[in-house]
Design a protein around this ligand. Structure first.
Ligand SMILES: Nc1ncnc2c1ncn2[C@@H]1O[C@H](COP(=O)(O)OP(=O)(O)OP(=O)(O)O)[C@@H](O)[C@H]1O
Ligand SMILES: [Mg+2]
Length: 331
């Protein structure tokens, strides 16, 4: 067979090691090797391995999650799905938020729950949400929590797969993805949205990125699916103002206040026995300005110190050690 045809054929092979088609492909590779076509054999082997290892995980994933026959589209280059799902029991949802932010998020959930009633009056629930704020304050987690509370499937857009070096393909991937979930109620998360939505004023974002941002503007404008679209970013300044306007709600999650630091620590250390001699207030004060993620990490690390210590009780020095160790993450 012509080498180019053979390569094309191999690129289209899907499956896992046990599938007949993969077994036959392996035999062909061996045969080519015996004939002295080492270069071709190596190339075919590389294509086959790539197709059956990485792709397979994602393919199974997407078949599993869309029971109503909707298939998440894949990219042209290596057939990876443009979005992945997170199973319900893996969704993070126990959050500590300032009251006003908690209320804003609840409002999104309440409007979704009442979407039929709203529609009856010609009103539309908050559907396109932008969440921004410093790293580790719960932006991605908020999206998961909304899906969890509403019992909606959770889909996370894979920018690494969507963004293509081929002209026009990024925009067409985005369109394909939006089309595919038009009738599929879910929370669609565009995590770290700025990757694709960099301002059009940025001198580096010429050509293709302009097209992509324009396409995104149109898609957001027309987005009218059954679910909720959530985009997150931690650099709101670099987002195109035109994109900002397309969202129904924009929420900034701040770093935790003293009160939230206390709640985060309590929540994380709930199951740990604590010494009565801990000077909590001085410890909490030292964590002011830290992200929620860092507060949780400090408490978790301290809990681990306590659990592996002899008397298994959390002491002041466990938290102090953990705090000092984690200081390098605090900015
Ligand atoms: N508000 C919060 N309440 C409880 N835990 C939180 C909160 N925010 C962050 N965490 C903890 O920090 C971890 C990281 O949170 P998350 O991934 O949502 O951060 P993020 O804001 O999306 O950060 P990044 O900008 O780096 O993506 C969570 O898994 C959780 O343990
Ligand atoms: Mg995040």
């Amino acid at each position: 067979m012509n080498q180019d045809l053979m390569i094309r054929l191999f690129r289209s092979i899907e499956g896992n090691k046990e599938d007949d088609v993969v077994k036959v492909a392996t035999l062909i590779i061996e045969d080519e090797k015996k004939r002295g076509h080492d270069k071709l054999a190596d190339k075919l082997k590389m294509i086959l391995e790539k197709n059956i290892s990485v792709n397979q995980t994602f393919r199974n994933e997407l078949r599993k999650i869309l029971p109503n026959g909707i298939i998440i589209p894949t990219n042209k280059r290596n057939n990876f799905p443009l979005a992945i799902t997170v199973e319900r029991d893996e969704l993070r949802h126990e959050m500590v938020l300032p009251l006003d932010i908690e209320e804003k998020i609840r409002r999104i959930e309440k409007e979704y729950a009442a979407k039929e009633r709203l529609a009856h009056h010609g009103l539309k629930y908050r559907q396109k949400i932008l969440i921004y704020g410093a790293s580790g304050c719960g932006k991605s987690m908020s999206a998961e929590r909304i899906a969890w509370n509403l019992g909606l499937p959770f889909l996370k857009v894979r920018f690494d797969v969507i963004i293509s070096s081929f002209l026009g393909e990024t925009a067409s991937n985005l369109t394909k993805l939006f089309d595919s979930i038009k009738n599929y109620p879910c929370v669609l998360l565009f995590d770290e949205f700025d990757i694709v939505a960099k301002t059009r004023l940025n001198s580096q974002d010429v050509g293709e990125m302009h097209r992509v941002v324009n396409m995104l503007l149109t898609l957001l404008e027309e987005y009218n699916s059954q679910g909720i679209l959530i985009a997150t970013t931690n650099i709101e300044n670099s987002l195109d103002q035109a994109l900002f306007r397309r969202f129904d709600d924009i929420i900034e999650i701040p770093k935790p206040s003293l009160e939230e630091i206390i709640r985060l620590t309590k929540m994380t250390l709930e199951s740990i026995e604590k010494s009565k001699n801990i000077d909590w207030s001085s410890l909490f004060k030292q964590m002011l300005g830290f992200s929620a993620a860092l507060v949780v990490k400090i408490a978790n690390d301290a809990a681990k110190f306590a659990v592996i210590s002899n008397d298994r009780i959390l002491e002041q020095y466990h938290i102090e050690n953990s705090l000092n160790e984690n200081l390098l993450y605090a900015k």
